[in-house]
Design a binder for this molecule. Structure first.
Ligand code: GDD
Length: 439
């Protein structure tokens, strides 16, 4: 049996994504016309024998209710949102719902609970059954804020071959950018993970952790071990007056466990974890600039996986389409508009005559009036761009003002030019701005 878990985090994690995360949880922000979380979820369709997909986060349940029910119907695989009462960390969140996640695997649950209380003989038998059932069931764990081709069936095959507790998707990146991620060293022959350091200050390796994993159910024993160790240390601390121990252990609560620092680092070099390297695309989506870049990557991927989602420009009244473009069926684009490449237009948007759109995300209910130009920008829900106006940027996805962002219900009046700027919701711009954050 196979279960997939997608870690979606919560509202406090989305600050770098403002002002777009003011309206919508970051995992539901549309990339290539589909919510961010939809891309890993639809990749899960390719996993053989997938029983269930869980999203774990600390957003309000109602924010995910509609999406979860519609995607369950569409995929014909049950998708369920599990809400944490507070952040437990990337491994603690998973551990918090271990009973539900193991529900599909009754033999393992039996082993898991009895092994703690059993006599030595039963212990050996239980461990043996536990080993057999554990080697047959798998948990995929995916970070929601990564964009890649999610080669999940290929990873599963490699994971079975390696026979370890877990397999991590890795990619080679430039040496300068590696320190934003978990850097790791693997054995070039066996692919065993030999060394792991999370966001190191000095360079370790240009191979990094992509935030996509497969684990056997005994990962829960490893996470539980860290949690118990923390509890024991906290008890010891309470009884001890030893200052060094106090300061070393004060900060993290026992139920807060980070997958990278607390699990991957200590298990490296113990023949428990292995790596699977992808040669395909991979990016992390922490900022609106990266959302625009990842929207382009997913649009390009549609050419192979879902070409029906790409606008063709074939209809008699349709706009000219250049390259990869997504247009929601309810959006309207005038036949004299020119759209693309890398443009995604959401529900009920209206694109007027003579409009030019290049590399942008146009969200629901936006109106773009005659002869306006939008380049390297995200235009927020219900915003309006006036006649002959320009909303544009240089397009450096990593720079703070590298793309222009209009928050919800921003009104750019006629003949106004907005360059490399961020405009917060509900503003009206009646004069041109450049390199500004309009609060
Ligand atoms: N449910 C839940 N609860 N999710 C969480 C929590 C939590 O308490 N904390 C983090 N997450 C989710 C985030 O939403 C994200 O999807 C994932 O877990 C990892 O987030 P972080 O722990 O903030 O790590 P990161 O994104 O800075 O880096 C991780 O991912 C990189 C790949 O994108 C690390 O594992 C890096 O090593 C890795 O390179």
């Amino acid at each position: 049996r196979v279960v997939a878990v997608i870690m979606v985090g919560g509202p406090t994690k989305g600050t770098r994504f403002r002002p777009l995360s003011l309206n919508i949880p970051k995992p539901l922000f549309p990339l290539a016309g589909q919510p961010m979380v939809h891309h890993p979820i639809s990749a899960c369709k390719r996993i053989p024998n997938l029983a269930q997909i869980y999203l774990i986060g600390f957003y309000e349940e109602r924010e995910f209710a509609l999406y979860v029910s519609s995607i369950s119907n569409e995929l014909k695989v049950p998708v369920r949102y599990l809400r944490e009462d507070k952040p437990h960390g990337s491994a603690g969140g998973l551990y918090n719902f271990r009973d539900l996640i193991l529900e599909d695997n009754p033999v393992f649950i039996f082993c898991y609970y009895t092994s703690a209380k059993a006599s030595p003989l039963t212990f050996v038998i239980v461990e043996r059954i536990s080993y057999i059932c554990a080697s047959q069931s798998h948990i995929f764990l995916l970070n929601c804020d990564v964009c890649c081709s999610f080669p999940l069936p290929e990873m599963l095959e490699a994971h079975r071959r390696y026979g370890g507790m877990g397999t991590i998707l890795v990619i080679k990146v430039s040496a300068e950018s590696a320190n934003q991620f978990g850097e790791l060293v693997a054995d070039p022959v066996t692919n065993e993970l030999l060394h792991y350091t999370e966001k190191p200050e000095t360079f370790v390796s240009d191979r990094i952790n992509c935030g996509v994993y497969i684990f056997r159910p005994d990962i829960f024993t490893a996470i539980g071990g860290v949690s118990t160790q923390r509890k024991d240390r906290a008890n010891l601390r309470r009884m001890s007056s030893f200052d060094a121990l106090q300061s070393a252990t004060r900060s993290l609560p026992s139920d807060f466990v980070r997958l990278d620092q607390d699990i991957l680092s200590p298990l490296a070099g113990k023949k428990q974890l292995y790596t699977y390297e992808t040669m395909d695309f991979w990016e992390q989506i922490k900022t609106p600039g990266m959302a625009l870049k990842c929207s382009a990557l997913y649009l390009a991927q549609y050419r192979c996986t879902s070409s029906h989602l790409l606008a063709s420009g074939d209809g008699t009244n349709s706009a000219s389409i250049i390259g990869d473009v997504y247009i929601h069926p309810s959006a309207k684009a005038h036949s004299t508009a020119k759209i693309g490449p890398n443009v995604s237009i959401s529900a009920n948007a209206r694109v007027g005559p003579g409009v030019r759109l290049i590399s942008c995300i146009i969200l629901d209910d936006v109106e773009i009036k005659e002869n306006a130009v939008v380049i390297h920008a995200i235009v927020g829900w219900k915003s309006s761009i006036g006649r002959w106006s320009r909303v544009q940027a240089g397009g450096d996805h990593n720079a703070k003002l590298g793309i222009t962002i209009l928050g919800e219900a921003v009104n750019v009046e006629d003949e106004v030019v907005v360059v490399n700027s961020i405009v917060l919701p509900n503003k009206t711009l009646n004069m041109s701005v450049q390199e500004e954050i309009i609060l």
